[in-house]
Design a binder for this molecule. Structure first.
Ligand SMILES: C[S@@+](CC[C@H](N)C(=O)[O-])C[C@H]1O[C@@H](n2cnc3c(N)ncnc32)[C@H](O)[C@@H]1O
Length: 260
């Protein structure tokens, strides 16, 4: 059986829970997606973009709440130029991967980190298309990347990726525009979520550990309502099924560009 076919059958949410946008056919081609984000990060200072926060305090808190140790393989999906990686390094985490569709965003984060950037794995790629190794992630974190996937097929690809990459017992932290948030972010349409919607993306067999509503204050003073969920994948039932992929580093990507 191929690793992609393992696990429970995936289900697209054709009848979305309350507070979740209905599936929409507006598909953003991966090349257009990356062109959009390259343009954003090349033209706007990283601390002026609407999603900027000096520190992702809620994310850090939720990552700590997982109880993950320093060696935990953490993947920041759509990490962009955010300072989460700086704070995770500062906290002593040793196996951090930042993945983003924009090379310019990753370059900003790497420049800012200087030498410390060499302690992070960087993957330039689209989360719906990169080839992440099975069970290679202990903590999957996504703040404000998932909600740009407005096409159901892209969300399904995201779900498949997550379920393949997150190890049994691993944690998933998803942060997205809430039901009351604007319908666009960075000029792009977004899919808004409630906790049930985020759970549906992660997979309904994941255990919802906590969810919070939050207001993000943009650098220009705007208010953006977010929903944040921490979920956990159940441990595999038999030892054979839960055997970790020994020797595999977090989030090995063979079809994306990566650099240490
Ligand atoms: C709103 S920004 C959030 C950045 C960061 N997570 C933060 O909270 O500061 C969205 C990020 O997701 C990235 N992104 C959007 N779609 C993506 C995709 N399909 N795969 C990987 N990264 C993506 C963008 O390049 C951008 O850096």
């Amino acid at each position: 059986m191929s690793p992609r076919s393992r696990g429970p059958k995936l289900r697209e949410t054709s009848a979305p829970p309350q507070g979740v946008d209905a599936p929409t056919p507006r598909r953003v081609a991966p090349s257009a997606r990356s062109a959009h984000w390259e343009a954003v990060y090349r033209t706007k200072p990283a601390d002026q973009v609407s999603w900027f926060q000096p520190h992702l305090d809620a994310s850090l808190e939720l990552i700590r709440a997982t109880g993950a140790g320093r060696g935990a393989r953490i993947l920041d999906v759509g990490g962009g130029a955010s300072t989460l990686v700086d704070d995770l390094l500062e906290a002593g985490f040793e196996a951090i991967t930042v993945l983003d569709v924009s090379a310019a965003a990753l370059a900003i984060a790497r420049r800012r980190l200087g030498e410390a950037a060499s302690r992070v794995r960087w993957i330039e790629g689209d989360i719906t298309r990169v080839d992440l190794a099975p069970a290679s992630v202990d903590v999957w974190h996504d703040r404000a990347a998932l909600h740009f996937l407005v096409d159901p097929s892209d969300r399904l690809a995201y779900t498949r990726q997550l379920r393949r990459a997150v190890a049994p017992g691993g944690h998933v932290i998803l942060s997205a525009f809430g039901p009351e948030a604007p319908p666009k972010c960075s000029g792009l349409p977004v899919h808004r979520y409630d906790a049930a919607g985020l759970q549906a993306v992660a997979g309904e067999d994941l255990i919802l550990r906590e969810s919070r509503s939050q207001i993000h204050r943009t650098p220009s003073g705007g208010a953006q309502p977010f929903i944040v969920c921490r979920l956990q994948r159940q441990e595999a039932r038999s030892t054979a099924a839960s055997e970790p992929c020994s020797g595999q580093t977090a989030a090995t990507a063979s079809t994306s560009r990566s650099a240490q």
